[in-house]
Design a protein around this ligand. Structure first.
Ligand code: GLV
Ligand code: MN
Ligand code: MN
Length: 433
């Protein structure tokens, strides 16, 4: 028997409930809250992450979603559609950096719950199922690479390899997943959705500076993360003449300076950051024995990114050699720039316009789960402005009006994706046109 299309409701008047969304954001932010701030610390697979996960899973169950958990701890909640095909999926992450805000990642997941709640309350069953997902360790702050869960979901890394990753605190992904009860059994790689839409705060200054409400994100810049360990000769800071030093601290500092100068020389959108430096033994009167530091460089142009990597490698080798130090370089993450699906980008843009919001096409400076999902299905993102362009910081803030605008854009893009080609698909299932 061929499926019937239930006459479509007029969904144009549907809107999300901003108070409910704000409440969900506040409830999640209360877990791992950083005292005296609006922000939170829920590093991936910690007790705080577990408590956050439990809260979101409970909300999924309250909405009668079918909840599945896979072997890397990604959680997907599905609302049935009129048909059984792949769902229109939204989602993001709920892990945070140690000094995180309440919007980064959380917004995309909680707005997904809100979208489904609104659709359900209106009594609508979309042609395709709708899904909301949160992916494990998007931040990469505890376990590299970033976007780990979504990378495994799309088959970009074998599960066994991911489970063996050791974190900054010497914990192991697989053991922590078991410990918090999120080592699930849903198969990996995960099933490709029909399409994927991620709502996220911009985390940069562009939308606010230009007075624009919605970013129609057309891609994500390439990311290169390395961890460098420099080993020299630890010695007395007072007695060792400068000409005899083998000082890893000096090499690390010179590299940090070089990364900054290099990014400035290459020009925007090149960025470069040394975000972590650890000296050993880290004492006032000891020339360090070793220095370990991270380098994060990004560009939307793969060739320029490669050029930046090459110039950094040359500088590091030469500086360490001159100082008489040895080096070890470990790649933590390397993702090429990603271009999103033109049709979905256009849907984001036209939906924003139809809802009366100003909109601008733009690339993303931050990494996102959407860049992984783009490997397996048509994907794009919706950005909302970030006050002062601040993120990865407890003061991260987006106004309720902008959150509401972004969530409504996602709602209507998802509804459109969930019903597009419905007639055609039914006809071909029937074998007739
Ligand atoms: C991940 O959130 C990143 O862009 O660093
Ligand atoms: Mn994020
Ligand atoms: Mn982040």
């Amino acid at each position: 028997m061929s499926p019937q299309i239930v006459p479509s409701h007029d969904t144009t008047a549907l809107r999300i409930d901003i108070d409910r969304l704000l409440q969900r954001l506040a409830d999640l932010a209360a877990i791992g809250a950083i005292e005296g701030t609006e922000g939170c610390a829920r590093l991936a697979l910690t007790d705080e992450d577990k408590a956050g996960r439990d809260l979101v899973v409970a909300a999924m169950r309250d909405l009668d979603l079918e909840v599945t958990i896979d072997g890397i701890g990604n959680v997907v909640g599905v609302m049935a559609g009129q048909t059984n095909g792949p769902p229109v999926m939204c989602g993001s992450h709920i892990d945070t950096v140690r000094t995180g805000g309440r919007y980064d990642g959380n917004l995309g997941v909680l707005a997904g719950l809100e979208v489904i709640e609104v659709v359900k309350a209106a009594g609508i069953t979309p042609y395709r199922p709708l899904a909301v997902a949160f992916f494990t360790d998007e931040e990469g702050a505890r376990y590299s690479p970033d976007m780990l869960g979504s990378l495994v979901y799309v088959g970009g890394m074998p599960l066994e390899q991911a489970l063996g990753i050791v974190g900054i605190d010497d914990t192991v992904v697989g053991e922590e997943l078991e410990r918090i009860g999120y080592a699930g059994s849903s198969p990996l790689p995960g099933a490709a959705p029909h399409s994927f839409v991620e709502l996220h705060v911009e985390q940069g200054p562009v939308l606010e500076a230009e007075g624009i409400t919605i970013g129609a994100v057309d891609g994500v810049q390439g990311i290169s993360w390395q961890e460098v360990t420099v080993t020299g000769q630890s010695n007395h800071a007072g007695t060792t003449p400068m000409r005899l030093r083998k000082d890893p601290g000096f090499v690390a500092a010179a590299c940090a300076n070089f990364v900054r100068t290099l990014a400035t020389e290459l020009g925007e959108p090149q960025v470069g950051t040394v975000g972590r430096i650890e000296l050993h033994p880290n004492l006032v009167n000891v020339v360090p024995a070793s220095a370990t530091f991270t380098v994060d460089i990004r560009n939307t142009d793969e060739l320029v990114l490669q050029e930046a990597e090459k110039r950094f490698a040359e500088f590091l080798t030469e500086t360490a050699e001159t100082e008489g130090c040895t080096i070890e370089v470990k790649e933590l993450a390397r993702f090429e720039p990603v271009i999103f699906d033109e049709r979905v980008i256009e849907m984001v843009s036209s939906t924003a316009t139809a809802l009366g919001h100003s909109v601008k096409r733009m690339p993303s400076g931050a990494g996102h789960d959407a860049q992984m999902l783009a490997r397996v299905c048509p994907t794009a993102m919706v950005f909302t402005p970030s006050r002062d362009g601040i993120s990865h910081n407890p003061t991260e803030y987006t106004s309720p009006a902008d959150l509401e605008a972004g969530a409504n854009v996602m709602l209507h893009v998802m509804l459109a994706l969930a019903s597009e080609d419905a007639g055609l698909a039914l006809a071909s299932e029937d074998g007739t046109l």
